[in-house]
Design a protein around this ligand. Structure first.
Ligand code: HEM
Length: 161
């Protein structure tokens, strides 16, 4: 496995024909790691895409009477950076989030907040608007959305209203 090139060759070094007996394969080593096609973070545009996503998400959160009271109004920029950094790291970008915040432990970090089914639905509504504005390719959209949806379900910690 160690001699499989996991990053694309520089332009001009592409082999003109596959080696004898070569079988086309897609090398995937799991999310957050480089694959032959580059990782998902790179694939959808890197930092600018993730920052655009999170800023648009927070534009919605700021208008939300259930969600906004939970967020630190005086540190909105900090909240933007934390969520952006976490999502970038999850999808294979820089690991700045963990360097600054340690292990994500997201469920635990959400325990101080009342994450009800209603809060989850609103969180997802604002995120849906933000994902739509990225205008990703359908498969990329589905990949990102599938994760956000599952993660949001997992964050619910209060079932009374
Ligand atoms: C389901 C509804 C959710 C609610 C109501 C909610 C609410 C919150 C609130 C109030 C904060 C504190 C803001 C801050 O100071 O950073 C926070 C932080 C955060 N949330 Fe959520 N959240 C939800 C779902 C999610 C999901 C699905 C993810 C991940 C995909 C996520 C990732 C984060 C991260 C990374 C932080 C910063 C943690 C830290 O380092 O302190 N949240 N969330």
């Amino acid at each position: 496995m160690t001699d499989i090139p996991l990053t694309p060759r520089p332009t001009g070094e592409q082999p003109t024909s596959p080696p004898p007996g070569a079988v086309p394969v897609t090398v995937r080593r799991g999310l957050g790691d480089d694959a032959a096609q580059g990782n998902f973070w790179q694939q959808i545009g890197g930092r600018p895409t993730f920052e655009k996503l999170v800023r648009r998400f927070y534009d919605g959160v700021r208008t939300d009477d259930v969600l906004w009271p939970m967020y630190p109004e005086a540190d909105l920029e900090g909240a933007i950076q934390r969520l952006t950094g976490f999502l970038e790291q999850y999808w294979g970008g820089p690991t700045t989030y963990s360097q600054e915040r340690g292990h994500p432990r997201l469920r635990m970090r959400h325990m101080p907040f009342r994450v009800t089914p209603e809060a989850r639905d609103r969180w997802l509504q604002h995120m849906r608007v933000a994902v739509d504005e990225l205008e990703l390719a359908p498969l990329d959209d589905a990949m990102l959305w599938g994760y956000l949806d599952r993660a949001a379900q997992a964050m619910v910690n209060t079932f009374d209203r």
